[in-house]
Structures are given as C-alpha cells and as structure tokens.
Design a protein around this ligand. Structure first.
Ligand code: PMM
Length: 287
C-alpha cells in the first residue's frame, strides 16, 4: 500500500493530497521554542498570517506553554490570549486549530472559528473536554500524555516505548469515542517530548507505522524539540538552541511525510512546506 493511501483523511477538514503543514503560534511568554515573541494579539495574528502565507495549511494557536516544568496558566488569561487571535485569523481566511487542555477555551475558540481542537492531554486534563468537542462535532487531536508538564519528565519510563504509547493511545481513542467523539474526527499524536527522552522520541519516529496501525491519521510534532538538540550536539559541544533546530525539523517533516503522517506541526513553515512537497513527489513517482 502506498503512503498516499495510508495517510487517511479527517472529517471536516480538506484533503490536501499530501502531508499537511500546521504552523505554530504560541501566544505565551514562556514556550521553550519561541516564548514571548508573539505574546500580544497583533503580533500573534501577524505571525499566523505570515505562517499561512509561507505555506501553513493550518495555524495552531495556543496560550499555555507545555515545556517541561511549566506551570499552568489561569483560565481567564488563556481565554484572553487565544480567542481574539483565533477570531482574527479565521476572519482573514486562515484555517485555525486551537491548542488547549481546557474545554472552555476549546468551546470559545470553536465559536470564534477554530476548525480543530488540539488537546495535548487527549481529553484527560479536563473532563468537560470530550463532551464539548463531541457536541461541537469538530476534529480532535488526541496526543499521548502522561501528566502535566510540571513533573512529566519523571514519567518518561518505558520498557517498550512504542508498544506502550500505542496501547495508551488506543485506550484514549476508545475513551473519547465512548464519550461521543466520532472516530472519523480523530487524529492521533505520539506526543514527542512529552514524558519522553530523546531515545523514546526517535523510536516512535522510527516505528511510525505501528502508530498508524491504530487506524487514524497521525500528527507529528517534532519542531525544535529537545531530542533534535540531542541529535545535533557534537562530542563535547552543547545542543544548539531551539531556534537553530529548523533544518533538523524539516528533515523530520520529510521523514514523517514519506512514512504517511497526516500532518506535521512546525514553527518555521517554509522548509517544511518544501519537505512535504518533495515527499509527495517521491510518493507519486513510486505509484
Ligand atoms: N507540542 C507542543 C505543543 N502542542 N500539540 C500536539 N498535538 N503535539 C505536540 O507534540 C505538541 C503540541 C509543545 O511545543 P511548543 O511549545 O513548541 O508549541
């Protein structure tokens, strides 16, 4: 079977005919990769428009940092950060997803025009999330998650990381379907860097086919993450800072796309937009 057939589609979203590119707008003062750069509404909207112009098919707007050790943002503050950005980007014709663990934020973002809810906790952080998403009838990203950022590093313990992530994602998928979200609306995500060490992230990328065997499209979010720093560090030289990991990110985008990922989530979209098109062309030549 070609990867084109294996990618799958998500109800309510276009089929881009290749791996989709999701650009990231973090409306936060403290995200590890770009914290503080797009923290006011105007800057965030401008950045989102730039990502769309640069090749993002979707723009993912989030107001809570999930870097290891981060503490939670208040609900009112998260709403204040996220909803106006979603509204303005949608009004400009950009397809938006909302990156939140809170049902209230998801609900208001969807009302403001968001087409997809991206919950890094897969519905675990807020019991109201699954009913809200089910009622809204929008696509839902279920990410592999073992707990809040403050202490997730201590949960990065696996015997067989691929088998355990697959089993835990399957359990979440069953739970959200039992909670009323239709299977056709689901996207799965291995949660690179969330309760994972570099070797875990690499193993999950190497065994993407086992995740895909769960039967739903996959989102791969490797952008600028710690494992890339680990890969790029030389002997005796430290990992490059997050913003110098974009070429490595684009390499992962090409690998993920050729293995059949539905979408990749990235901070810098230009190189990844090229990478997914190259992957598509290679796929096409193999048919
Ligand atoms: N990672 C981050 C934020 N949101 N959403 C999904 N679905 N998957 C991820 O791996 C993910 C995410 C953290 O990265 P950032 O702070 O650079 O946005």
């Amino acid at each position: 079977m070609s990867t084109l057939c294996a990618r799958g589609t998500v109800e309510g979203l276009p089929d881009w005919g290749r791996c989709a590119v999701m650009g990231v707008v973090n409306v936060t003062p403290d995200s590890f990769s770009d914290g503080g750069r797009w923290f006011d509404t105007t800057a965030a909207v401008k950045h989102g428009l730039g990502l769309a112009a640069g090749g993002a098919d979707l723009v993912d707007v989030g107001g809570e940092s999930t870097r290891p050790g981060a503490s939670r943002v208040e609900e009112d503050e998260e709403l204040r950060r996220v909803v106006p950005v979603v509204r303005e980007l949608t009004a400009e014709g950009v397809m938006v997803s909302v990156d939140t663990m809170r049902a209230s934020v998801a609900e208001q973002a969807v009302a403001a025009g968001a087409s997809l809810v991206n919950d890094v906790s897969g519905g675990l952080a807020d019991p109201a999330m699954v009913p809200v998403v089910a009622a809204a009838g929008v696509p839902f990203v279920v990410m592999h998650w073992r707990g809040f950022s403050q202490d997730m590093t201590s949960r990065a313990v696996y015997g067989d990381v691929v088998a355990e992530v697959v089993a835990e994602l399957r359990a979440r998928m069953d739970a959200v379907i039992a909670g009323g979200i239709r299977p056709e609306c689901l996207v799965l995500d291995p949660g690179l860097g969330f309760a994972k060490q570099a070797e875990h992230d690499l193993a999950l990328l190497a065994h993407q086919a086992q995740l895909r065997a769960l039967g739903r499209p996959l989102l791969i979010a490797a952008s600028r993450k710690r494992f890339l720093g680990h890969v790029l560090a030389g002997e005796g030289s430290p990992p490059p800072p997050a913003r110098e990991r974009d070429a490595a990110t684009a390499a992962v985008s090409a690998i993920a796309a050729i293995q059949g990922a539905w979408a990749v989530r990235v901070h810098e979209v230009r190189a990844t937009a090229d990478a997914v098109r190259v992957a598509r062309a290679v796929e096409g030549a193999a048919l």
